[in-house]
Design a protein around this ligand. Structure first.
Ligand code: NDP
Length: 335
């Protein structure tokens, strides 16, 4: 069968370009047991890197990006899936070293799939996508380490950095929906109304955390944190956590280096929890998707999501790498 896909190519001068092209089933990577008709994919920071050659994530060109997708099984040689089943794929270098979901069809390994969680529509699942899965895993990690909506541990709000981005927006909405008091850190003051509508009770300007400090610990301010940006602000906020509080480190949109001391860990019992949505075992992914379905206030989804076509994605790649995307961009390859 012939279908549309966003094909990203490296040119002779090293530049990366992308165009929507017509390809065939036979062009898809061999070795995947499940052929899927894609309903939706979406835009993640990693997709931005894959569409621009950033981070050397893509090894071979031409490449089809899209690190996650939801769709309908068309063919399967694995007895866990039969034609007509709805499946979700996230992670496992899908869309990085394996052709991804920016296409009307994709071939994947059966182990990368999970059945679409009960109660979720395909549109809802990919509006959440990797960002929603990651926000859910971060909340699960914080709660496993003692965070409760009644402000335990400590008295502070739960802080979300990079709040107007994909992971951040969903984290704010889910935390507020679960009864937490949420402080949203953003470098874009114009998103304050949006973040408040998602449930943030306080907006913290990015500059407040970006200023360097020589003090290893400051006043305890936060009961927990989901950090999407890394770098200077993560270095600083570790020293602002309540006693026994945890930071779920999700991303590095502002940088990979952190500078801190052992003191917040020794004297305040702060936990730094790494979140990796890619290497999640099957059972955790199933549980996380169930939680995501229960924790996301879907009445807010239309505010969070912008729908895009394959043709728009090369421009969106530039925008997400510049930190200009608000919420989530849902990709519909069938329009
Ligand atoms: P987005 O680009 O949608 O959001 C990132 C947000 O970070 C921006 O919206 C902006 O928020 C803030 N930001 C961007 N640049 C800077 C900067 N220089 N300094 C401070 N803040 C900045 O990306 P996603 O939400 O999709 O991903 C967020 C991060 O999480 C990325 O690093 C991504 O790679 C990572 N990630 C990790 C996963 C995992 O499994 N660990 C899974 C998914 C994503 P604002 O405008 O509000 O300030």
């Amino acid at each position: 069968m012939s279908f549309r896909a966003l094909k990203v190519t490296q040119n002779d001068d090293g530049s990366i370009t992308g165009d929507v092209a017509q390809i065939n089933d036979a062009d898809l990577p061999e070795g995947g047991e499940v052929l899927v008709d894609v309903d939706y994919s979406n835009l993640n920071y990693k997709d931005g890197l894959c569409m621009t050659g950033g981070g050397r994530l893509v090894r071979d060109y031409p490449h089809i990006p899209g690190v996650d997708m939801v769709g309908t099984v068309a063919e399967s040689s694995d007895d866990r899936y039969t034609p007509g089943d709805k499946v979700v794929v996230t992670g496992w270098r899908y869309g990085e070293i394996w052709w991804g979901g920016y296409a009307q069809r994709t071939r994947v390994k059966a182990d990368w799939c999970v059945p679409l969680a009960e109660g979720l529509t395909p549109r809802q699942a990919m509006s959440l996508g990797t960002a929603g899965l990651t926000a859910t895993l971060a909340i699960m990690a914080l709660e496993n380490h003692g965070l409760t909506p009644d402000k335990g541990p400590g008295k502070g709000d739960v802080l979300v950095t990079g709040a107007a981005g994909g992971v951040g927006s969903i984290a704010v909405a889910m935390l507020a929906h679960r009864g937490y008091s949420v402080a949203a850190v953003t470098g874009r003051p114009e998103t304050a109304e949006y973040l408040t509508s998602l449930g943030a009770s306080k907006i913290v300007p990015r500059e407040e955390l970006a200023e360097a400090t020589t003090r290893p610990m400051e006043s305890a301010l936060w009961a927990g944190c989901i950090d999407n940006v890394g770098g200077a602000s993560l270095s600083r906020l570790i020293g602002q956590m309540d006693y026994g509080a945890s930071v779920a480190a999700v991303g590095n949109a502002s940088g990979i280096k952190i500078e801190t001391t052992v003191l917040p860990f020794l004297l305040r019992g702060v936990n730094l929890l790494g979140i990796d949505s890619v290497m999640q075992p099957y059972d955790n992914r199933i549980q996380a998707w169930k939680n995501a379905a229960a924790w996301m206030p879907f009445d807010k989804l239309d505010d969070v999501v912008t729908e895009a076509r394959l043709e728009d994605m090369m421009d969106y790649a530039q925008a997400i790498l510049k930190g200009q995307i608000k919420g989530r961009v849902l990709v519909n390859p069938n329009t």
